[in-house]
Write a protein that binds this ligand. Structure first.
Ligand code: 13P
Length: 282
């Protein structure tokens, strides 16, 4: 059985001095591709769901998504885990836990730190009862479209990270060290010195968001210096969209809807297997 807790994969990554990659997924094709690629690459991976894909875009719902993940992942031997990404709604997090998510992110980045701590504590307390892992964020990993990655005022401070982790009892902490969500307009420059400082100040597993477009040499540095979970969304979604468009351009009216999934899976799996080479598990 390949389904594991995120904390198990984080521990494995930490012991190998590397990072497990979490991929944002929306549907059967994306979840299947991540699980299948992980098996081929023999590399643990995490399937993540953004709440708004359910709440706003109605591409799935929590229990349908969790059930689909389980149905796919249990066919593989490689360790795979399920995670709810970025939710600032405690009730929604509870729903996700009830639906079978074994890891959740409470995102309190838009409220004062002390309030973030109080809410995180509540989430951790509930999650503990169900054996669920909790990720939080400190500092603010904003959006590349606003060039937030360049704004050092938003970066995580080591002393606050230590206090936050101790107070809340979270499993992992997403930190702001020069990355941002979405496509970068110029290559980002991660603050590795700050990462080292944060890593020395806390025992909590550290997470890097905004993974699309960070140069590989910087990722290797980040993984060696304490990042144990790395999130990728935008470039994976863009490839999904581009691949469907490519199929339509290539086959036009002669295209067959029943051939499309295989065509898409092949492209996504090739990309994912290559991406997973960044995770260097012993
Ligand atoms: P990107 O969409 O920029 O790859 O970031 C993904 C992410 O951090 C999800 O939490």
């Amino acid at each position: 059985m390949a389904i594991e807790k995120v904390s198990t994969l984080l521990k494995m990554a930490d012991e190998s001095n590397t990072s497990v990659i979490g991929f944002n997924c929306i549907d059967y094709n994306t979840v299947y591709a991540v699980c299948h690629a992980a098996e081929i690459a023999n590399t643990p991976a995490i399937v993540m769901l953004y709440p708004e894909h359910c709440i706003k875009n109605h591409v799935s719902n929590l229990s349908a998504f969790a059930g689909m993940f389980k149905g796919i992942a249990e066919q593989y031997q490689v360790p795979l885990a399920l995670h709810l990404d970025h939710s600032s709604d405690i009730n929604y997090i509870l729903e996700a836990i009830k639906a079978g998510f074994t890891s959740v992110m409470y995102d309190g980045t838009r409220i004062p730190v002390e309030e973030n701590i109080e809410n995180c504590k509540k989430v951790v307390e509930i999650a503990k009862v169900f054996g669920v892992d909790v990720e939080a964020e400190l500092g603010y990993v904003g959006f590349a479209s606003n060039s937030d990655e360049d704004n050092a005022d938003l970066y995580t401070k080591a002393s606050t990270a230590a206090h936050f982790s101790e107070e809340t009892g979270i499993t992992s902490l997403a930190i702001a060290i020069g990355s941002a969500h979405g496509f970068y307009t110029k290559p980002p420059k991660l603050d590795i010195d700050r990462l080292i400082e944060i890593n020395n100040a806390t025992d909590t597993y550290l997470v890097l968001h905004g993974g699309s477009g960070i140069p590989e040499d910087q990722l290797n540095q980040a993984f060696k210096n304490g990042i144990n979970k790395f999130n990728v969304g935008t470039e994976f979604f863009q490839l999904y969209y581009d691949t469907i468009r490519k199929y339509c351009d290539e086959f036009g009216a002669a295209g067959n809807p029943f051939d499309l999934p295989d065509y898409v899976h092949n492209e996504l799996v090739a990309y994912l297997v290559n991406k997973m080479k960044l995770s260097k598990f012993n």
